[in-house]
Design a protein around this ligand. Sequence first.
Ligand code: ZN
Length: 313
Amino acid sequence: MTFAPLQIQWPEGKKFAFTIFDDTDASTVANSAPVYAMLRDLGFRTTKSVWALGAEQPPVVVGGASCEEDDYRTWALQLQAEGFEIGFHNVCCHHSKRGRTLEGLRRFEEIFGHAPRSMANHTGCRENLYWGSDRVTGWRRWVYLAATLGRKSRFVGHVEGDEHFWGDVCRERIRYVRNFVFPDINTLRACPWMPYHDPLRPWVNQWYASSEGGLLDSFINTVSEENQDRLEAEGGACIMYAHLGKFFRKSGVVTPRFRELMERLSAKGGWFVPVSTLLDHITAQRGEHVLTPRERAALENRWLWHKLRHGES
Ligand SMILES: [Zn+2]
């Protein structure tokens, strides 16, 4: 199966598109504000996810600040006013039953004025949609289970009747949900069909993929000089998946290598808009895409192979 790059015309004569979905794990004003000041000054307008609600129990993997904290909420609103998108990463850092998810979404809308448009599941949360072995279909599910030795729990946000079910609400309110992450900087080359609807996963309106940048090292590898040049030459689109609050600050200073790469990318003058703006544009150019069985198999094979070899998201 070949993955031919899909040519999209970017607005304002830009040659390529670049954005980030920032997973809010471990994020605080102190560790994230310097990164956002840099992104803003360099002209990037990306997507920052938040937790609308504070924790009521220990986090399943990692915690971080929530919009219940005044300084964090004020800062998130300031980012929104500056043109950043506020995205969704479940309602908080631990499992949430349906009632709490609904409460968190209501709170999100109250704070930011509208429902979130883009989201990513927070690893480990039981209410995740189509997560764990449900990210793949058929025989791949068995390979996934064998590779993870059945360690991963079941995720049931899409399972009607379960107390964690909220698929209907997700479909009603949220447009874009992340699934596969690939090492290619050109997310659109790795996943030429995004955003797409998958008829086997009906509670999600549209899926998008991302490029790997969860760890500082993987971010730096993915946005290397060579890869930036290729993204530009291919006229592609990059949606980096990152934890900006975890890795990019040392005593209020943005890691120099990260800054250097982002400055270089900024100078290329790509289209630097939030995740949902970027995905809306692709849909406007190409129409809504429904994933075929053959395309699904190609995506799942590609992702599973990468995951088995490298173990990242
Ligand atoms: Zn997370």
